[in-house]
Design a protein around this ligand. Structure first.
Ligand SMILES: *[C@@H]1O[C@H](CO)[C@@H](O)[C@H](O)[C@H]1NC(C)=O
Ligand SMILES: *[C@@H]1O[C@H](CO)[C@@H](O)[C@H](O)[C@H]1NC(C)=O
Ligand SMILES: *[C@@H]1O[C@H](CO)[C@@H](O)[C@H](O)[C@H]1NC(C)=O
Ligand SMILES: *[C@@H]1O[C@H](CO)[C@@H](O)[C@H](O)[C@H]1NC(C)=O
Ligand SMILES: *[C@@H]1O[C@H](CO)[C@@H](O)[C@H](O)[C@H]1NC(C)=O
Ligand SMILES: *[C@@H]1O[C@H](CO)[C@@H](O)[C@H](O)[C@H]1NC(C)=O
Ligand SMILES: *[C@@H]1O[C@H](CO)[C@@H](O)[C@H](O)[C@H]1NC(C)=O
Ligand SMILES: *[C@@H]1O[C@H](CO)[C@@H](O)[C@H](O)[C@H]1NC(C)=O
Length: 452
């Protein structure tokens, strides 16, 4: 009996504890202020935010005691109502032990850069990607502190330049491993901030309006940087040869800029690069012979290259899945191109070259190809004999010398262009407009004029 009473009272105590647990008053106040700054929460992200036990609220973590250590709220891009509207309350600065702030993909969060983050001494991770934050990055952004590991502000509407204070000796972000500023409206030359940020592994500044050259101080990152993404800006000048000495570079994207001159010879030393995108610049010959063991994706399209053939280091790659060499001055007979491994291919673009022969031996070795583009070449083969993977969605063979009839199998594609070839015969029923078939020898039937 005695023990039963003891047991019951213990149980009651437990229950009382469970229902009346509280988190630190400052954290509670900070989170409630955050909640009141949210004006619309259609998917109910903050539905569980009531009572006094803020450590149990959705998205809130308290690691060891009653202090909040991370706040993680992410919208669901695929759900129309997976967003939050409002602003980020500066009262979150009351969360003194916060080490990670993750407010991502919330889409409709507005306001300026949260300068109150400077007051948080343990902050390691700041992820504020894909919201609607705007205005300039503050000049004293380095005050985020030397402990900061990741700063991700991608997919917002920040304007102006990258503040040089990011790397000034007093108050700098010298322990950053990731700086993600892609998809904003940042401009001006990229400042020389990298010589004191020694640990940087990810640098993504793509889809902004940066101008000028690649800063020299990036050369200090030669032993750490794995991802360098500067695509879709207005950068110019030559590609610096120091980039060839980056021993751990995995991904280099310099596409859609105004780079000129040849690709440095030092690139032959990039033995570990997997993804290389230099497309849409004004780069010129000669292209270095790369010693890479296995390139996964390569895009050299739309420069001033005259490669002549598809480089051996591409043909021999055992893991390549994406190859884009449009307008690269390639003059080969495709029938005789025998890539070592075709299993992983999902996209091939060889448009606007001088390629003859047939893609049949290539396409019948691919099992997962999704797109094949070879417009503007001299391909000459019987289209009726073409077989392609069931995964195929896009086929562009326009402006070639393709003959024969159009097979029924094209009906399952999403995009098709067979215009300006030497095709003949009655078209199979498809959803494609006449523009996909015009300019052939004697094609007929809907959507072209009826057969005679
Ligand atoms: C608080 O949130 C919990 C969990 O979503 C819910 O079950 C409970 O009804 C809410 N309580 C109040 C007072 O809104
Ligand atoms: C985003 O928030 C603004 C006001 O802050 C509102 O007018 C607009 O409708 C919201 N958009 C969505 C998709 O909720
Ligand atoms: C910066 O990183 C170094 C090495 O990883 C570490 O020893 C140091 O404590 C870090 N500095 C701060 C302020 O976190
Ligand atoms: C860098 O940014 C681009 C968009 O501008 C994005 O497609 C890419 O995935 C980003 N890279 C990384 C490693 O996050
Ligand atoms: C490249 O430079 C030309 C002329 O200097 C300019 O017209 C063009 O807009 C630039 N392109 C980009 C992407 O910056
Ligand atoms: C490649 O690296 C080695 C060793 O660092 C160096 O000696 C050589 O000159 C480099 N090759 C090129 C083409 O830069
Ligand atoms: C391409 O190569 C094939 C096989 O060697 C050959 O039959 C064909 O005539 C060649 N085509 C051209 C245009 O040289
Ligand atoms: C692929 O095409 C070649 C040449 O036309 C042919 O010899 C071979 O049997 C085809 N392979 C398959 C799997 O269809």
């Amino acid at each position: 009996m005695k023990s039963l009473i003891l047991f019951l009272s213990l149980l009651t105590l437990q229950c009382l504890r469970a229902t009346s647990r509280v988190c630190h008053v400052d954290d509670l106040a900070g989170l409630l202020a955050f909640k009141s700054g949210i004006t619309d929460d259609p998917s109910g992200l903050l539905e569980s935010w009531n009572g006094t036990d803020c450590c149990s609220w959705f998205g809130v973590t308290c690691l060891s005691n009653d202090r909040v250590t991370s706040l993680w709220l992410t919208g669901q891009p695929e759900r129309p109502d997976g967003y939050l509207s409002g602003t980020i309350s500066p009262s979150l600065a009351k969360l003194r032990d916060l080490d990670g702030l993750y407010l991502m993909n919330l889409r409709n969060i507005t306001g300026k850069f949260p300068v109150w983050l400077y007051g948080l001494p343990s902050l390691l991770f700041v992820y504020l990607g894909n919201n609607r934050l705007s205005g300039p990055l503050p000049v004293d952004i380095g005050k985020l502190g030397t402990q900061l590991d990741v700063l991700s502000l991608a997919g917002n509407r920040f304007t102006g330049s990258i503040p040089a204070s990011l790397s000034q000796l007093t108050g700098s972000l010298r322990n950053l491993t990731q700086l993600q500023l892609h998809n904003n409206q940042l401009s001006q030359p990229i400042p020389e901030i990298f010589s004191s940020i020694h640990q940087l592994r990810f640098l993504n500044l793509s889809h902004n309006k940066f101008s000028g050259k690649i800063p020299n101080s990036i050369s200090s990152l030669s032993s750490t940087l794995a991802f360098l993404e500067l695509g879709h800006n207005s950068l110019a000048g030559q590609i610096p040869s120091f980039l060839g000495n980056f021993q751990t570079l995995d991904t280099l994207d310099l596409s859609h800029n105004n780079f000129t001159g040849p690709v440095p010879k030092t690139f032959s030393n990039l033995t570990k690069i997997f993804n290389l995108d230099l497309s849409h610049n004004s780069l010129s010959d000669p292209f270095p012979v790369m010693n890479v063991k296995g390139i996964e994706s390569l895009d050299l399209s739309n420069n001033n290259f005259h490669l002549g053939k598809i480089p051996n280091w591409v043909t021999l790659s055992p893991i390549i899945y994406s190859l884009k060499l449009a307008k690269c001055g390639i003059k080969i007979n495709l029938t005789n191109w025998k890539p070592k491994e075709t299993y992983f291919y999902d996209f091939i673009d060889l448009s606007e070259n001088q390629i003859s022969g047939s893609p049949i031996p290539l396409l019948n070795r691919t099992e997962y190809l999704v797109g094949f583009r070879a417009a503007g070449n001299r391909l000459s083969f019987d289209l009726g004999k073409l077989k392609f993977a069931g995964t195929m969605k896009e086929l562009d063979l326009s402006r070639n010398l393709v003959f024969g009839g159009v097979p029924n199998s094209v009906a399952g594609l999403e995009k098709l262009d067979l215009s300006r070839n030497s095709l003949c015969g009655k078209l199979p029923p498809t959803k494609f407009p006449a523009s996909a078939f015009v300019g052939n020898k004697c094609l007929c039937g809907s959507p072209l004029p009826a057969c005679k």
